[in-house]
Ligand binder design. Structure first.
Ligand SMILES: Cc1cc2nc3c(=O)[nH]c(=O)nc-3n(C[C@H](O)[C@H](O)[C@H](O)COP(=O)(O)OP(=O)(O)OC[C@H]3O[C@@H](n4cnc5c(N)ncnc54)[C@H](O)[C@@H]3O)c2cc1C
Length: 391
C-alpha cells in the first residue's frame, strides 16, 4: 500500500484524502486548520455553498469536474433524509438569473449544463425579479460547510487515514515543507515511511508555500440569517416562508453576486454576497451587509415582507488563480532525492462543485507518480546490481 501525504484539510484536501483512501492508498493529512476551526486563512467553512457551475462549454475539464460532483451529490441525497442531514447536503430547486446579456444568458436553453441537471427549464420573463435579463430553473445542491467538512473528516479517518495538525514552513518552499512533513511522519510511527507522493491542497496558502504569484484572494462577504416568517398586513397572522429554494442573481458588471442559500439541516440561510478581487479586508462592512439584505429582498419575493434575523456576518477569501486551478504533477529535489508532488489548488469560487471531479484527477496523477517512482526504484536497483557484479 503506497503512502500519500495530503497538505491541507479544506474541501479539496479532505475530498482528495477520501478518494485516495477509497483507491487503496494509505493517507496522512497535514494541515494548519481542520473542520471546526474558524479562520480567514481557511476558506472552506465560509462558502455559500451551492452547486452552480462557473465553467463555460469550452472548459471541458472543469465541466467534467462539476458534473462529477453534481452526480455524486444527487446520488448521496437519494440515500434518505438521515444520510443527507448527517452529510450536510440537500437538493433544492435553484432559480438562477442573469442581470445582463452574456454568452450564456442570450441563449439559456442551449446552456451546456441543461442536459446534465435535473428538471431544467428556462424561466418566463414575467416570473423574473426586476432588472433581470434571463433566468433558468434546475435542481441543485446546497451544502452546509461545517457539517459537510466534518463528515468528510470522519469518513476519511474511519477509513484509516491519519491526521497531523501542523503549519508547514513556507520560507524554504516546497522542499522545506516536504522535509518537515517527513520529520512529522517519522515522529508518529516507529518505522521510516517512504512517501510515494505529496498532494498540495493548500488553497490560498499555496501563494506562500510554492510562491505562486498567480494565486490571489477573492473576498466574499455574506450573512447568516434566520427568516422565521413573512409579516402580514395589520391584524393578520404572519405566514410561514414558502419552501426553501436557492436563488442566485449574477451581475457581471459589479463585484457582487446576490444569493439566498438554505443551510441544510438548519432553519438558516446564507445571504450574499460580494466578489472583491485582491481585497484582504477581514472585517465585515456594515454598508455592504445592508446592501446584501436589500438585494436579497429584491431577488426572492417572499423576503420583501419578511423579518430577517441576522445571526452573523461572515468574510471568506476564495483562492483565485490566474489561469484557473492548478492540477499537475511536479518532481521536487529534496536532499538529493526526487519527491513527487501533485498540485491541486486555486479553485476560486468553485471549490465545492469542483471537489469530486478534481479529486479524481488528482488521484489519477498520484497513480502516475507512484508508477514513475516504482520504475525509478527498479532502474536504481538494477544499476546497483550491475555495479556490485562488476566489483
Ligand atoms: C463567500 C464564499 C462563497 C463561496 N461559495 C461557493 C459555492 O457556492 N460553491 C462552491 O463550489 N464554492 C464556493 N466557494 C469557494 C470554496 O469555498 C473554495 O473554493 C474552497 O473552499 C477552497 O478549498 P481549499 O481546500 O482549496 O482551501 P481551504 O479551505 O482554504 O483549505 C486550505 C487548507 O490548507 C491548509 N494550509 C494552507 N497552507 C498551509 C501550510 N503552510 N501548512 C499547513 N497547512 C496549510 C489550511 O490550514 C487548510 O486546511 C465560496 C467561497 C466563499 C469565500
Amino acid at each position: 500500500m503506497s503512502n500519500v501525504v495530503v497538505f491541507g484539510a479544506g474541501v479539496i484536501g479532505l475530498q482528495t484524502a477520501v478518494t485516495l483512501v477509497e483507491a487503496g492508498y494509505k493517507v496522512t493529512v497535514i494541515a494548519k486548520h481542520f473542520p471546526g476551526d474558524e479562520s480567514t486563512e481557511y476558506t472552506s467553512p465560509w462558502a455559500g455553498a451551492q452547486w452552480r457551475t462557473h465553467a463555460t462549454a469550452d472548459q471541458i475539464e472543469q465541466c467534467q469536474w462539476d458534473i462529477a460532483s453534481y452526480k455524486y451529490w444527487i446520488n448521496m441525497t437519494k440515500k434518505g433524509a438521515e444520510g443527507r442531514s448527517e452529510n450536510g447536503i440537500e437538493i433544492y430547486p435553484s432559480y438562477f438569473y442573469w442581470a445582463t446579456p452574456t454568452e450564456e444568458s442570450v441563449s439559456p436553453s442551449s446552456i451546456w449544463f441543461a442536459s446534465h441537471t435535473h428538471n431544467f427549464s428556462v424561466l418566463p420573463a414575467r416570473s423574473m425579479p426586476p432588472d433581470t435579463y434571463a433566468g433558468v430553473l434546475y435542481d441543485s445542491i446546497a451544502i452546509n460547510p461545517s457539517k459537510y467538512l466534518a463528515s468528510l473528516l470522519s469518513r476519511v479517518t474511519n477509513l484509516g487515514a491519519s491526521t497531523i495538525r501542523a503549519m508547514l514552513p513556507t520560507e524554504a518552499g516546497l522542499a522545506g515543507a516536504i522535509e518537515e512533513a517527513e520529520r512529522l511522519l517519522s515522529q508518529v510511527g516507529t518505522e521510516k515511511v517512504e512517501v510515494a507522493a505529496f498532494v498540495n491542497c493548500t488553497g490560498l496558502g499555496a501563494r506562500e508555500l510554492v510562491k505562486d504569484e498567480n494565486v490571489f484572494p477573492i473576498r466574499g462577504q455574506t450573512l447568516l440569517a434566520c427568516i422565521p416568517s413573512v409579516t402580514s398586513p395589520l391584524n393578520q397572522p404572519s405566514s410561514p416562508l414558502p419552501p426553501p429554494a436557492i436563488y442566485t442573481r449574477e451581475d457581471a458588471a459589479t463585484p457582487s453576486i446576490t444569493y439566498i442559500i438554505p443551510r441544510p439541516g438548519t432553519s438558516t440561510y446564507v445571504l450574499g454576497g460580494t466578489k472583491q478581487v485582491n481585497d484582504w479586508t477581514v472585517a465585515a462592512d456594515k454598508t455592504t451587509t445592508l446592501e446584501i439584505i436589500e438585494r436579497c429582498r429584491a431577488l426572492w419575493p417572499a423576503l420583501r415582507e419578511a423579518e430577517i434575523e441576522m445571526l452573523a456576518t461572515q468574510v471568506g477569501f476564495r483562492p483565485g488563480r490566474k489561469g484557473g486551478a492548478r492540477l499537475e504533477a511536479e518532481e521536487v529535489q529534496v536532499n538529493g532525492k526526487t519527491k513527487f508532488v501533485v498540485h491541486q489548488y486555486g479553485h476560486g469560487g468553485a471549490g465545492y462543485q469542483n471537489s469530486i471531479g478534481s479529486a479524481e484527477k488528482a488521484v489519477a496523477l498520484v497513480g502516475e507518480c507512484v508508477r514513475k517512482g516504482d520504475d525509478k526504484e527498479v532502474r536504481e536497483t538494477v544499476k546497483d546490481q550491475e555495479i556490485a557484479s562488476r566489483d
